[in-house]
Design a protein around this ligand. Structure first.
Ligand SMILES: *[C@@H]1O[C@H](CO)[C@@H](O)[C@H](O)[C@H]1NC(C)=O
Ligand SMILES: *[C@@H]1O[C@H](CO)[C@@H](O)[C@H](O)[C@H]1NC(C)=O
Length: 509
């Protein structure tokens, strides 16, 4: 007897359905349950896992609750608002070790300095940066911020080249400020423009408008990514088949960013051979390295690498610098005694009129302390995220493969045990004897730029740009808070002031 075609199809379909079901239960039930059991056995507590949703529903509810609550005054105690779920779980399950499950993805929160050090010092590429989801990948590309393995070492050297050349460009921004006659200024927008200008002019040699275009598009993608971070839709098959408006929008933005950068790269490649071509900037260095057949790390940059790198440069340079400056100016407008001390220091080192010089930057001790304290209270990156690719031992802990390791930077920066009962107050004097004195030699207590050899290449850029900008602002203006300012720090990829930072400028005469 020959089986009918119908019967064969039936068998095939049953098999398909069965394997889909098995896969589904493996991912949604078996893996999370197993991870939970391993964690519990080692004394790591956390919220119970709910089938399919994990803890996403609770997280969404807590975020909404936190979102409704408004600050009645300017408070720096922002962690409960920014990460209400972890804040609640710390109180329920303890702070030392915690495992939360987000979707079916387990997240292990690490606050123990020894374990953080182990992760930071890990040179065996066990801890790759996780796949941040399609939106973030589109923003960051596979550049310095997300790439792992041997790529970054050579790229980082190139990126360092640029930062030295930047200081001079900040002055261009200050001319714009001098012409401003309105008293109230929205600082965040100003500083984003400043960052765009500095980066576009010095790094890409492109004009400001081209830079600005890329920035605006990246910012829009950042908003979309923030909106979709806890959207479980992206887990399932549905998210892959049916594209939402946000998907389409971000696809389109990505294409446009890609095109602008490609155009800039192509234009530069054409002029590179010219005798008077200046290739000392970021893009020039990247292109030179691309053309060195193979560099010392044995890795050759591709055009895609260059595009990723340019995007990373825009994102990290823009975000970190403009946020650091925005929060710093807000804090100085509130704490006028520190504003005065900073101004005195600037007058002492640079005088009242003269432009800052590079050697002077290192002497700005008070401003350095203010920058540290600003980054402590308002670090642009609120957490460091790693994913362990295989089972590892961390301290006494056995951590199963594919767990997100979450180092809660913002929570550590506000921890009473580390910083004392005044942890939520603005007190730059903590840093008067340097960072290691302030943290009592605990490097994991303060990580505004991440940790390890991969820490953000933008940190020098951001700090130096902030120093120059603050110094020149202080030379020319006194600033006070605007009555229109509404204190609303939110987490949209970075820690940003939702409604901007409105400050009143008063010209010094
Ligand atoms: C927070 O509340 C505002 C309105 O007050 C709303 O527009 C926004 O979408 C809310 N955000 C979240 C994450 O719920
Ligand atoms: C920090 O500096 C102060 C003043 O010099 C000193 O008394 C204190 O012992 C230092 N603390 C640490 C942990 O180094």
């Amino acid at each position: 007897m020959v089986p009918s075609v119908g019967a064969l199809i039936l068998v095939f379909l049953s098999f398909l359905i069965l394997s889909t079901l098995v896969n589904f239960f493996h991912k949604m039930w078996w893996v999370p349950t197993r991870v939970k059991r391993i964690m519990t056995r080692q004394g790591i507590k956390g919220p119970p896992y709910h089938f399919i949703h994990g803890n996403t529903k609770e997280i969404a509810a807590m975020k909404e609750q936190a979102n409704i609550t408004r600050f009645t005054e300017i408070s720096h105690d922002i962690y409960p608002r920014i990460q209400p779920h972890f804040f609640t779980w710390f109180q329920l399950y303890g702070w030392e070790k915690l495992s939360g499950l987000v979707w079916s993805q387990a997240e292990l929160v690490i606050t123990e300095p020894d374990i953080i050090r182990e992760i930071a010092n890990n040179h065996r590429a066990t801890f790759a940066r996780p796949d941040l989801g399609s939106y973030n990948k589109k923003i960051l590309g596979d550049g310095l911020v997300t790439s792992s393995g041997k790529k970054w070492a050579s790229q980082r050297k190139l990126a360092n080249h640029v930062f030295n050349a930047m200081v001079a460009s900040v002055e261009l921004m200050l001319n714009r400020w001098k012409k401003m006659d309105s008293n109230e200024v929205e600082m965040n927008a100003e500083f984003r423009m400043l960052a765009a200008e500095v980066i576009s002019r010095t790094a890409f040699g492109s004009n400001y408008l081209q830079g600005k275009e890329v920035f605006e598009m990246l910012k829009e993608m950042g908003t979309i990514a923030g909106r979709n971070y806890y959207n479980p839709r992206h887990l399932g098959l549905l998210g892959k088949i049916v594209k939402s408006n946000d998907d389409l929008k971000s696809d389109e933005l990505q294409k446009r960013i890609h095109n602008v950068i490609i155009k800039t790269v192509k234009e530069r490649e054409k002029t590179m051979g010219h005798e008077d071509a200046d290739n000392t900037d970021f893009l020039g260095q990247l292109l030179l390295s691309k053309n060195n057949i193979i560099n010392s790390q044995g890795y050759q940059l591709s055009t895609q690498d260059i595009i990723d790198e340019c995007k990373t440069f825009y994102v990290s340079g823009d975000g970190t610098t403009s946020l650091l400056l925005s929060w710093a100016v807000l804090l100085l407008s509130i704490y006028t005694e520190w504003q005065e001390r900073a101004r005195e220091e600037v007058f002492q080192i640079f005088g009242k009129e003269t432009q800052p010089h590079f050697e002077g930057l290192a002497k700005l001790k008070i401003i350095g302390m203010i920058i540290h304290e600003t980054l402590r209270l308002y670090p642009p990156g609120i957490a460091i995220i790693r994913k362990n690719e295989r089972e590892v031992k961390l301290g006494n802990l056995i951590v199963p493969a594919n767990i997100i390791l979450h180092v809660p930077v913002l929570a550590l920066h506000h921890d009473y045990d580390i910083w004392g009962g005044d942890a939520h107050l603005f007190k730059p004097e903590r840093f008067s004897q340097g960072v290691s004195n302030a943290t009592k030699n605990n490097p994991s207590a303060y990580m505004p730029f991440g940790f390890g050899p991969r820490n953000c290449v933008g940190s020098n850029f951001a700090t130096n740009t902030a120093k120059v900008t603050l110094a020149m602002m202080l030379q020319h203006y006194r600033f006070s808070p605007s009555p229109n300012y509404v204190h609303l720090p939110v987490h949209i990829t970075m820690l940003v002031p939702k409604n901007g930072v409105q400050v009143m400028l008063h010209a010094l005469k």
